[in-house]
Design a protein around this ligand. Structure first.
Ligand code: B1M
Length: 210
């Protein structure tokens, strides 16, 4: 079995220590970090997603796999980042209120940081008012919202409205993403940009304010 397949297998079993050891080994062998991310970690999460959907596994198993995923991704972080000492600007990032999924959001953060942005990571379950507060207090040029649930996607529209109500809408760009989100939805809520993966989100942010 290739080391990338081993990473995927270990992740699916939720073996965090094994995942981090294998990711380190793959890096030591000179495998590029994006390949380890896509063909090892994310390949494993894809399998978890299908098995979760099909009721073959349940929340506890998904949680341990998610922890293993985050641990492996943290190890890749410095290798995914491009060197860039000067900050391109600040981004307030969070998974919207009611939503606890943070793996995609954490990847987006890594890619933003890799492009030289300073990220104010508000975490998960973030209320629209918290995005507004971050913009006011931290002078962020971008608000970036992630949502993984169809039930929490509408909160992104509430974020746009809250920024409008606070008189900040002209000062910030709003970016949205997450598995159920698409371009049509982004346009319908008045967001400035939708991207379907973390790397494109960072490219788009650089295009918007970089
Ligand atoms: Co949840 N879950 N989950 N879950 N979970 C999904 C999303 C689901 C599709 C599974 C399924 O049924 N097939 C389903 C949603 C169905 C729907 O809404 N239509 C679902 C459900 C139903 C639930 C619960 C309601 C289950 C329950 O309790 N009965 C519950 C809700 C909890 C809550 O949030 N309130 C729940 C709970 C959980 C766990 C806690 C167990 C765990 C989360 C752990 C964590 O995140 N720390 C979990 C997980 C892991 C998943 C799946 C299996 C994997 C999600 C993931 O991390 N993918 C997921 C199934 C799936 O997506 N196939 C599922 C990997 C990650 C890298 O991808 O986040 O999409 P993703 O990010 C991508 C892009 O979307 C993009 O970049 C990334 C790739 O580069 N992206 C952006 C993300 N944000 C972006 C922002 C941007 C731009 C791009 O700009 C700002």
């Amino acid at each position: 079995m290739s080391i990338l397949a081993e990473i995927s297998e270990a992740l699916q079993k939720g073996k965090r220590k094994q995942v981090t050891a294998l990711v380190q080994q793959a890096l030591d062998e000179g495998i590029p970090a994006p390949q380890i991310l896509n063909e090892g970690l994310l390949a494993g999460m894809d399998v978890i997603g299908v098995r979760f959907r099909d009721n073959e596994i349940f929340v506890p198993e998904v949680l341990v796999a998610a922890r293993a995923m985050n641990a492996g991704a943290e190890l890749l972080k410095p290798h995914l980042a491009e060197a860039g000492a000067v900050s391109k600007g600040k981004i307030a990032l969070g998974t919207v209120k009611g939503d606890l999924h943070d793996i995609g959001k954490n990847l987006v953060r890594m890619m933003f940081e890799g492009k030289g942005f300073e990220v104010i990571d508000l975490g998960v379950d973030v209320a629209p008012e918290a995005f507004v507060k971050a913009v006011q207090e931290q002078d962020c040029g971008i608000v970036a919202c992630s949502a993984l649930l169809t039930t929490t996607m509408p909160v992104m529209g509430e974020v746009v409205k809250a920024l409008e109500a606070a008189g900040l809408r002209d000062k910030v760009k709003v970016m949205v993403g997450g598995a159920p989100v698409n371009q049509e939805f982004a346009a319908s809520i008045g967001a400035d940009a939708y991207t379907d993966d973390a790397a494109s989100a960072a490219d788009k942010a650089a295009e918007l304010i970089g």
